[in-house]
Design a protein around this ligand. Structure first.
Ligand code: SAH
Length: 224
């Protein structure tokens, strides 16, 4: 496996430098202005988070299939959600719901102190774990479970990011957000989805709608 990964690195390395730069330029032009976020995306090898057959498309600004009917998030969305999370300053504990390929996880791991990532599909989680190891990102812990419950044992979190959409914000996640903490979550159903930023204040939650988005649904229960 390792040998194969090395080959993949090398094979794509020469051709991808320019396409990677183009992606960063595009994200910047689309309004991503946090340089730390752009820099982390520049150096995170997204081609390792998709199937070999799709590796040549890894630096396009598009979601791609990762199996189990799921997709790796679009780089713009990863950048935007990361930027929104970090907008009020550095974060030490971030809860992520929907590990998927682990791409958003890997980006976050380079921007915050610790990431706690929950995924309901065991196979996806196992592959994400391997990728984190091969990239030597050691500040991530994984939980196989239902994101509707969050990860109560380790709460509260200064940041929560949800990468699958539901009609309502899960109550458990609201409860597990620290005072002053920020949650970025898509809400809605089908074609009508909005990105929402929720900030926990002393007496309640401030909610901001940030435009139309497109995510796969937040389902229930773990899946082996
Ligand atoms: N950020 C991921 C996106 C993956 S798609 C990436 O870039 O690869 C959304 C993910 O949320 C899927 O892996 C899906 O299995 C997971 N998911 C959906 N419902 C869930 C739930 N209730 N709990 C945990 N994970 C869930």
């Amino acid at each position: 496996m390792r040998g194969q990964d090395d080959l993949l690195h090398r094979g794509i390395g020469m051709t991808s430098q320019r396409t990677r730069e183009r992606l960063i330029q595009r994200l910047y032009e689309e309004g991503i202005c946090n340089h730390q976020v752009l820099e982390v995306i520049r150096k995170t090898p997204r081609h390792l988070f998709v199937d070999e057959a799709l590796a040549h498309r890894a630096y396009e600004d598009t979601a791609l299939p990762i199996g189990n009917n799921q997709t790796i998030s679009q780089p713009y969305m990863v950048a935007r959600m990361s930027e929104l999370l970090l907008a009020a300053g550095p974060l030490d504990k971030v809860l992520e719901i929907g590990t998927g390929s682990g791409y958003q996880t890997a980006v976050l791991a380079q921007l915050v102190e610790r990431v706690f990532s929950v995924e309901r599909i065991k196979g996806l989680q196992d592959r994400a774990k391997e990728r984190m190891q091969s990239l030597n990102l050691r500040n991530v812990v994984f939980r196989w479970g239902d994101g509707w419950e969050g990860w109560p044992a380790l709460a509260p979190y200064n940041g929560i990011i949800v990468t699958a959409v539901a009609a309502d914000v899960p109550q458990a996640l609201l409860e597990q957000l620290a005072p002053g903490g920020r949650m970025v979550i898509p809400v809605g159903a089908g074609d009508v989805q909005q990105l929402m930023l929720i900030i926990r204040e002393e007496t309640g939650y401030a909610r901001h709608l940030l435009g139309a988005v497109r995510f796969v649904p937040l389902l229930t229960g773990p899946l082996a």
